[in-house]
Design a protein around this ligand. Structure first.
Ligand code: NAD
Ligand code: DAO
Ligand code: ZN
Ligand code: ZN
Length: 369
């Protein structure tokens, strides 16, 4: 069949809208009609050429929602007509990683996914008979995609695609870091560094679980009103306090935070986030993705004295199990997604969505097919 897609033919070049050939689903695969997709920093990072795993030409996009329109042989967990969110972190429920119950990083299709291929080692997209590679196992900048059944979360049918597509990455990353990575408890004190799309989702999850204090830190004062709307109780702009941020935050949180979250990707901020944790038990969760080659630093005594440094990918969420729960939380009004979708665009204007993100004018732009 044919599908309309925004193709990244080369790094640092605008995406081009073309019609691709798409092979149908094979054993264990499903064909999804993508209804809406968000544009995330990671798509821009790969398009910039800095991503060592970036492959061109490819169809980017990893934050989508849509409907299954066909299934390949042997598919049992989903069927035609099901509403789904594609998962860049699949959940096979049978690999060593899934069975460990210690991680959400299912490895069942990791090798081929990293090469931009389907699990049988071939691509489903072609253009002028040349292969076009998949991206993060999802490629949601295409109107139709083929993905393994272990890489879709079945969701309720009354959930609006143009909102819940954001659960495909940003919402789950922020909300999940609080719920599944930190396992933060009611009454805790937390500091969130970076009040962009990810930080706001961390904040609303902290409010949802009943955190006592939610301190937001950002170098940009304009982030304050939205963060307050999402549950931030105190705002700190490090450029305006006139003193070292770490002792300032330790004092503000009455001895250090129980949980801190880096949502900036800046390694100096990651150090501050660790060091303003409470002695003896504070946990710092790294969510931000640092530039290629960057390294983190601290004095080991920070860890000897009980602070814990952790990372979180896709919020520690097991996609097929946890993503439908987050969709329910949205539908029940427990989390707010609507205010985070600041722009909606047709596929033809997808490059404008990237511009809005680079200019800091959007929280999330969503492309509707
Ligand atoms: P964003 O650019 O919208 O927000 C970042 C915020 O950090 C901005 O408000 C900016 O003003 C603030 N900031 C920058 N430097 C700062 C500093 N020195 N001190 C305090 N605040 C500072 O980005 P986003 O969409 O919210 O994404 C945040 C990070 O999360 C990115 O690095 C992204 O790649 C990463 N991410 C990680 C995962 C994961 O699974 N771990 C998934 C998605 C995104
Ligand atoms: O299992 O090695 C692996 C791959 C894990 C990929 C997790 C990626 C999460 C962080 C990148 C930002 C995603 C938008
Ligand atoms: Zn993303
Ligand atoms: Zn697995």
């Amino acid at each position: 069949m044919k599908t309309r897609a925004a193709v990244a033919f080369a790094a640092q070049k605008p995406l081009e809208i073309v019609e691709l050939d798409l092979d149908g689903p094979r054993e264990g695969e499903v064909l999804v009609e993508v209804k809406a997709t968000g544009i995330c920093h990671t798509d821009a990072y790969t398009l910039s050429g800095q991503d060592s795993e970036g492959i061109f030409p490819s169809v980017l996009g990893h934050e989508g929602a849509g409907i299954i329109v066909d299934v390949g042989p042997g598919v049992t967990s989903v069927k035609k007509g099901d509403h789904v969110i594609p998962l860049y972190t699949p959940e096979c429920r049978e690999c060593e990683y899934c069975l460990s119950r210690k991680t959400n990083l299912c490895q069942k299709i990791r090798v081929t996914q990293g090469k931009g291929l389907m699990p049988d080692g071939t691509p489903r997209f072609h253009y002028n008979r040349q292969p076009i590679y998949h991206y993060m196992g999802t490629s949601t900048f295409s109107n139709f995609i083929v993905v393994p059944e272990i890489a879709v979360a079945k969701i309720r049918e009354d959930a609006p695609f143009d909102k819940v597509c954001y659960i495909g990455c940003g919402v789950t990353t922020g909300v999940g870091a609080v719920i599944w990575t930190a396992r933060a408890e009611p009454g805790c004190r937390a500091v969130v560094f970076g009040l962009g799309g990810i930080g706001l989702n961390v904040i609303q999850a902290l409010r949802m679980i009943g955190a006592e204090q939610i301190v937001g830190v950002d170098v940009n004062d304009s982030k304050k009103p939205m963060a307050e709307k999402f549950g931030m109780t105190h705002f700190v702009n490090p450029k305006k306090i006139g003193t070292d941020i770490v002792p300032y935050l330790v004092d503000l949180t009455k001895g250090g935070a129980d949980y801190t979250f880096d949502c900036t990707g800046n390694v100096n901020v990651m150090r501050q986030a660790l060091e303003c944790c409470h002695k003896g038990w504070g946990q710092s969760i790294i969510i931000g993705v640092a530039p290629a080659g960057a390294e983190i630093q601290t004095r080991p005594f920070q860890l000897v004295t009980g602070r814990v440094w952790k990372g979180s990918a896709f919020g520690g969420a097991r996609g097929r199990t946890d993503v439908p729960r987050i969709v329910d939380w949205y539908m029940e009004g427990k989390i707010n997604i609507d205010d985070l979708i600041t722009h909606k665009l047709p596929l033809e204007q997808i490059n404008e969505g990237f511009d809005l993100m680079h200019e800091g004018k959007s929280i999330r732009s969503v492309v509707e097919f």
